[in-house]
Write a protein that binds this ligand. Structure first.
Ligand SMILES: Cc1cc2nc3c(=O)[nH]c(=O)nc-3n(C[C@H](O)[C@H](O)[C@H](O)COP(=O)(O)OP(=O)(O)OC[C@H]3O[C@@H](n4cnc5c(N)ncnc54)[C@H](O)[C@@H]3O)c2cc1C
Length: 411
C-alpha cells in the first residue's frame, strides 16, 4: 500500500476520538443547538455542583482559553456559594483554572484526574529532539487570551501564524476562489433552515463551478472547524468563533504552559470519577466528600457519568444539543524539507473527498523538517479504518506529496 516517495523518519498519529477521557476533540452544536445550550449546561445547581469547561463557554467555545475562562467562572460560583472544600474533576485548562483561583482564595481544593498526566486535550509529544502538540497547538485570539498573557509572563516563545494566507491546492484541478465562495455562502445561506437543508438549498442556486468552490469552503471553514459532518451540525455552528484572529503557537509545546498552570495544586492523577452524588449538602465524588463540585470532563464523557440525582432537564436538554467533534492529527518528521515552503507556514489541501485538509509547517518553529496534518469528521474513518498508525502516517504523507505536486515548484 505504500506509495509515498518520502518516508518520514518519525511520526505520531492521534486517537482523540477513541480516547475514553475525551471521546472526541471538542464540543460542537448538534442540530437545533445554540449558544444558549452552552450556558444552560454551565448553570450552577443547588449551590453545590457546576459543569464547566470549553463546552460551556459561549465566547471561545472549543478553545483552551474558553476552558480557562469557564474554569474561573466555576471557581467564582463555588466562592459565591461559600464553599470551604471543593472537588474539581479534570486537570485540563478549565479544571486547573478553577483550582488555581480557589487556591488563591485559600479554599481547600483537590483535583481528581483520570489520566496519569495533567493537560487533558493539550499534550506535547516528543519526536526525537522535537516537541509537538497532539492536541491544542495555538493560543487563539492572542491579544485577549488570558493563557497567552500567562505564557508571555513566563517567557514562553509564541510564534505568529497566518491562517488567512494558506498555500493551497486542489486535487481535482485549478484552485477556485474558495474564500469568495465562503463569503457569499455565509451571507446568503438561509439560517432559518436546518443546516444540511440550508446548504442543499443554497447549492441548488449555483452552477457546477460554484458548487465545487462552495464545497471546498464548507469542508475547510465549517467541517474542519466544527469537526462533524454537516448533517450532524446546527446552523448556529456557522456563527461560532474559530481560528484566524492573531493566533500564535507555542514551539516549546503546550505542556510547558500546563506545567505552570498546575503548579502548587493538589492533583490526584489516575483517579477516574464515575459517580457524583449531589443529592444533599456534602457532595460525594467517588469516595471523597466536598461542599462544592466542579466537573470539567468533556461533554462526551459527561454523558457517561452517573449522577445522583440525574442532571436537571435543562442540563439534559443542553447535553442533547452538544456533541463531540472529531479531529485527529498526524505529525511527520523528515530529514529534509522536500515540500514547498509557505511564508505563513500554513498549507491547505482541497481533496475530493476531503482528507488531510490542513497542514502546519513546523520546520522553522522547531528547527527540524516537521509538519502536522489535520483531518476531521467522516474523513477520519476513510483514512484511519483498518490501518495501523504507520499506515495512517504513510497515507498522510501521500496526501502531502499530492498537495506538493499540485502546488508545483516553490512559488
Ligand atoms: C487535535 C486538537 C486540536 C486542538 N487545537 C486547538 C487549538 O489549536 N487551540 C485551542 O485553543 N484549542 C484547541 N483544541 C481544543 C482544546 O484542546 C480544548 O478546548 C481544551 O483543551 C479543553 O479544556 P477543558 O479543560 O475544557 O477539557 P480537557 O482538556 O479535556 O480537560 C478535562 C480533563 O478531565 C479528565 N477526565 C475525563 N474524564 C474523567 C473522569 N471520568 N474522571 C476524572 N477526570 C476525567 C480528562 O483526562 C482531562 O484531563 C484542540 C483539541 C484537539 C483535540
Amino acid at each position: 500500500m505504500e506509495k509515498s516517495v518520502h518516508r518520514p523518519t518519525a511520526w505520531h498519529v492521534t486517537h482523540w476520538s477513541a480516547d475514553p477521557f475525551s471521546l472526541g476533540a471538542y464540543s460542537a452544536l448538534l442540530p437545533g443547538g445554540t449558544r444558549q445550550h452552552r450556558s444552560d449546561l454551565g448553570q450552577v445547581l443547588h449551590e453545590r455542583l457546576v459543569i464547566a469547561g470549553e463546552a460551556c463557554d459561549t465566547r471561545a467555545p472549543a478553545m483552551t482559553h474558553g476552558a480557562w475562562n469557564d474554569g474561573q467562572r466555576a471557581a467564582k460560583a463555588a466562592m459565591a456559594a461559600g464553599a470551604r472544600k471543593v472537588i474539581v474533576i479534570g486537570a485540563g485548562c478549565a479544571g486547573l483554572a478553577a483550582a488555581q483561583r480557589l487556591r488563591g482564595q485559600g479554599i481547600d481544593c483537590i483535583v481528581l484526574e483520570a489520566r496519569g498526566r495533567t493537560g487533558g486535550r493539550t499534550h506535547t509529544v516528543e519526536l526525537g529532539s522535537v516537541k509537538a502538540d497532539e492536541g491544542a497547538a495555538w493560543l487563539q485570539h492572542f491579544a485577549e487570551n488570558p493563557l497567552a498573557a500567562i505564557a508571555q509572563r513566563q517567557g514562553l516563545p509564541c510564534i505568529e501564524t497566518d491562517f488567512s494566507r494558506p498555500l493551497a491546492a486542489a486535487s481535482d484541478g485549478v484552485l477556485p476562489d474558495v474564500e469568495g465562495a465562503w463569503a457569499a455562502f455565509i451571507e446568503r445561506v438561509d439560517r432559518q433552515l436546518p443546516l444540511s437543508e440550508a446548504i442543499s438549498g443554497y447549492m441548488a442556486t449555483l452552477d457546477p463551478a460554484g458548487v465545487r468552490a462552495t464545497q471546498f469552503a464548507i469542508d475547510a471553514n465549517l467541517v474542519l472547524e466544527a469537526c462533524l459532518p454537516v448533517t450532524q451540525l446546527s446552523v448556529s455552528a456557522l456563527d461560532e468563533e474559530g481560528v484566524g484572529h492573531g493566533d500564535r503557537m507555542l514551539p516549546g509545546g503546550y505542556s510547558e504552559l500546563v506545567d505552570v498552570l498546575a503548579q502548587n495544586l493538589d492533583i490526584r492523577l489516575n483517579t477516574p470519577v464515575t459517580h457524583i452524588d449531589w443529592s444533599r449538602a456534602g457532595v460525594r465524588v467517588n469516595d471523597e466528600t466536598c461542599d462544592f463540585c466542579i466537573c470539567t470532563v468533556p461533554v462526551g464523557v459527561l454523558k457517561t457519568l452517573h449522577f445522583t440525582p440525574e442532571l436537571p432537564e435543562t442540563q439534559q436538554r443542553a447535553l442533547a444539543h452538544l456533541g463531540m467533534g472529531k479531529l485527529e492529527k498526524v505529525i511527520l518528521q523528515f530529514d529534509e524539507r522536500w515540500w514547498p515552503s509557505s511564508s505563513s507556514g500554513y498549507l491547505r489541501w482541497y481533496d475530493v473527498p476531503a482528507s488531510w485538509g490542513e497542514w502546519l509547517d513546523l520546520t522553522d518553529a522547531v528547527g527540524k523538517p516537521t509538519v502536522a496534518g489535520l483531518i476531521a469528521a467522516d474523513a477520519i474513518a476513510r483514512q484511519f479504518s483498518g490501518r495501523t498508525d504507520e499506515q495512517i502516517a504513510m497515507a498522510a504523507c501521500e496526501a502531502l506529496e499530492a498537495w506538493a505536486a499540485a502546488i508545483g515548484p516553490t512559488p
